[in-house]
Write a protein that binds this ligand. Structure first.
Ligand code: MG
Length: 155
């Protein structure tokens, strides 16, 4: 058994689509980034890489590489899962905490769990999604952040 942990944060800006957990979410702002800005999939991919001590997503997907500008972050997650698979590991479960003052994510928990479980090719009951507002503490400012932990086991 191996545990992995990941984190990511991106600024919310106007003129971008909001992608979270592989879903496009209806909101007036989106996350800045060299990729589609999906903080959930970035944190999750880093947790998967971390579980098998395979580096981080910046090792493989450089933000100065113009060939991956706007990359679909599900490709980053798939890459991380493939790296783990090569070392003989697959996911046992995923637990995510998304920090977002807006938009409210509780109404789409089930959609997020569906999307993430599909991308990870695991069952929905292996995926937990929680969202926290920061209660006016301004921890995230005008950003969305995500913590991800995973457990992986030998196939
Ligand atoms: Mg990122």
């Amino acid at each position: 058994m191996r545990v992995g942990f990941g984190f990511d944060a991106h600024h919310l800006v106007r003129g971008r689509k909001l992608w979270l957990g592989g879903l496009m979410i209806d909101f007036e702002m989106g996350l800045q980034g060299h990729s589609d800005g999906d903080v959930v999939l970035h944190a999750l991919a880093d947790a998967v890489l971390g579980a098998t001590a395979s580096g981080d997503i910046g090792t493989y997907f450089r933000d100065d590489d113009s060939s991956i500008l706007g990359i679909d972050s599900s490709k980053i997650l798939k890459f991380a899962l493939l790296k783990a698979k090569e070392k003989g590991f697959s996911l046992v479960n995923v637990d995510l905490v998304i920090l977002a003052d807006k938009p409210k994510l509780a109404p789409i928990y089930e959609k997020l769990r569906d999307s993430i479980s599909r991308l990870c090719m695991i069952n929905k009951d292996q995926v937990s999604v929680k969202a926290k507002t920061t209660e006016g503490t301004n921890i995230t400012g005008s950003a969305i952040a995500c913590y991800a932990s995973v457990l992986m086991d030998k196939n």
